[in-house]
Structures are given as structure tokens and as C-alpha cells.
Ligand binder design. Sequence first.
Ligand code: SF4
Length: 328
Amino acid sequence: MYDFELPRVVDTIKREGYTRVALQFPEGLADYAAGLAGEIERETGAEVIIAADPCYGACDPADVAMKALGVECLFHFGHSPILKKTAIPVEYVEVRMDADPVPLLEEHLELLCRRVGLFTTVQHVHLLDEVRTFLEGRGFEVAIGPPGGRAVHPGQVLGCSFRTAVSVAGEVDCYLYLGSGDFHPLGVALASRRPVFALDIASGELRDMAPLAERTLKQRYARMARAVDAGTFGIIVGQKRGQKRLKLALELKEKIEGRGREACLISADLITPETLMPFRRLDCLVNTACPRITIDDAQRYRQPLLSPQELEMVLGERDWEDYSMDEF
Ligand code: SF4
């Protein structure tokens, strides 16, 4: 079902003469790690180390830690490249997923608008052309945005980069997302303010994202309302290389202090409610690290956890109607 591009991985190791390599997987693919490590060792004779710290994106390759173990090359699975410089060579294996979305789509065509924007995650970008051809054959106009932001493929979005989809908002009446999970279609719904339908290839469902988008927006406004009178703010600075926005954090601190309130910077590698538990005296937290943390984990934080854009709204620097997603 998944394509781990084993022949390419093996060829690379043999061609470059690597004797020790590492494999890094996001949580959803980690189940396959031990099996792949064994196959690679058998095929190449190289030693293989699995990098097991949690990994949520290509913003967080394990190159530095693996270099310290004498690893010559890191194979990073499940994401497209983000960082330009790494401590050792990093080979990205995007892990395409085999699927045929057309029969499922055919059952739900009546829900779509005439002009449709297509988007997906890196696992399914190879399916977009087939879906476009199918929809055009049924009389739909289809738009697929060019790569932009952190996306390297047409139609690709990441949890911190919806630009590819939003860039065609003017040409579409609704969007169709191919893939699993709610975060990416929710992000495009909030970023574009267009109807979004999510075709979940794994479960066989087509979901209208409108109810979740509305509920999420209500929750975000409730959190902002709780933060309006906050006197003390903690601004979170991520330590992962592709999530570090110190300059932005410093600007936010200055804005908060300019309004006569107090702010401090808090930096962590893994940002969790447990990491931030000791800072319970702060009235409000602002997250400049991975934007997914702000939305996905919001319920688990004691204080309101805001995005930089939401902070601007709370401080009166941005119109409350002008809600926008935090993106890199
Ligand atoms: S910042 Fe977050 S959403 Fe963006 S690539 Fe990293 S983990 Fe994924």
C-alpha cells in the first residue's frame, strides 16, 4: 500500500558506499521501520539505526543527532524536503500511497460545485492528475495550485502551508481534498473560507468540513475572548530547526509590552501541555512553533494558546473578522 522506494534507498547506499545510515519515520509509518531496517541491512550490508524520537514533519530531521552516532546519511520518510542545509546528507522518501479514489468520488459527485480546487498531502499528490481528468470528463472545471510556501508539488499542502490550495481560491467554488485526517482540509477551509469536502480514501467517506470549521472557529474566538484581559503572556519559541521563529517571537513580545502588558519567551524542543505546566501563572500562551500545536492540542492547555495572528486580534491590531491561519 505504501511505496517506501526500497530499490532507490538500496541503490543510494551502495552507490555512495555508506556503511552506516539512519531511518526516520513519522509516527504513522513507524510500524514499518524495523522491517525496512532489516531489509536494508540484508541488501546493502550497511548498519542501520532507526531514529525514534517523535517526528511530525521535515522541519525536524534527525541529522544532527544521527551524525553524532557516526551516521553518514539519513533517510527521512513520509515528507517532502523543507530544510536546505543539514549536518549530513538527507534523502527524502515521500512514501506515496496506492489508492483509486475515482469509484468513491463517483458516488459523491452531486455534492461538488462546478469549479473545484484539488489539494492533498504528499502521500497522494500522484493521484491529482487522474482525479482532475475524471472530473473534467464529468464537466467540472478543476484548478490545482502550483507549489508554494513549503509545498514542492502542485496541489500539495502541509499543516503549516496551505498556500498552494489558497492560491486558486479565486478560481473555485469549493475544494476537494484527497487523503485522511481533518487538519489539512480544516486548514484550507479556515484559510480560504470556501466549502471544502474531504474524500477520505482510507475510510471511504466524503466529509463536508463546514461543521468542523464552524466549531473550530467558535472555539478559537472563545479562546481569544478569554485572552483579551490577559496581563502576562508566554511566547513559545520552538527549538526544532524548521519551527524556530525567534524574530517573530521578539516582535510579538514588543507588541505585548507596547500595550503595557508583560511577556516572556519560553523555548522548548517538544511543546506539550506537560512541558508548559510549570508556567501556570501566565494568563495566556502564544505559539510561534508548529502551527498545528495551536489548533490540534488547544483543549489540553490550561491557558488560552493563541497563534501570532490571534494575538494581534486580541491586542486590537487586527480586525476580528480578519481571521487567518498561521503559516510558514
Ligand atoms: S511545522 Fe508542523 S505542520 Fe509544518 S512541517 Fe513541521 S510538523 Fe508539519
